[in-house]
Design a protein around this ligand. Structure first.
Ligand SMILES: [Zn+2]
Length: 174
């Protein structure tokens, strides 16, 4: 009975508040990150979904492959979703990404008017919020959005540390 009630409550909650949805889309983002790993790219994956939960973009880091400093998963996801909607405005859409966005990406997410970002692992050395650039919440900017970090933190950070471990091993250093 208790389970039934909590299920009902979940169904009454707005789509964006459902933890099971966050976990599902983060899992898809991790799959994207795996594709990056196969290309020997740092494994970072992103997914953009609209307010109904329809997937508009699935992308992964292509910085090395595309020789593009801006080839971060989030930027590519914004481009793909905008192409699909035929609009640069991604209002009411959400972006999932396995690693905390850098300042460039967090700024681009604001430019694209996304409503929410959900990320996995924190990035103490490169993440916008960790570095002290909370661009999603700057009163001087005309678009603000919510950010939630740490969703599937363990899985997301393990994937990255495993990748760097393997890369160090294949380069012959410890
Ligand atoms: Zn970035």
């Amino acid at each position: 009975m208790k389970v039934k009630n909590s299920k009902l409550d979940q169904n009454l909650m707005p789509f964006s508040e459902k933890l099971e949805d966050h976990l599902w889309f983060m899992k898809l983002s991790l799959e994207q990150a795996d594709l990056a790993w196969k290309l020997q790219e740092v494994p970072i994956g992103a997914v953009i979904v609209d307010s109904k939960g329809e997937i508009l973009a699935r992308t992964h880091n292509l910085k090395e492959t595309a020789h593009d400093a801006c080839g971060h998963a989030e930027i590519l996801a914004i481009q793909e979703a905008s192409k699909k909607l035929n609009s640069w405005r991604l209002n009411d859409c959400r972006l999932y990404v396995t690693l905390e966005p850098c300042p460039m990406c967090l700024s681009a997410i604001g430019q694209a008017r996304l409503s929410q970002v959900i990320f996995g692992a924190y990035d103490r050395k490169g993440g916008a919020i960790s570095l002290g650039y909370p661009l999603h919440n700057d009163q001087r900017l005309n678009h603000r959005f919510s950010v939630m970090g740490g969703v599937m933190h363990f899985e997301c950070s393990k994937q990255l540390s495993d990748f760097f471990k393997q890369r160090r091993a294949s380069h012959g250093s410890v």
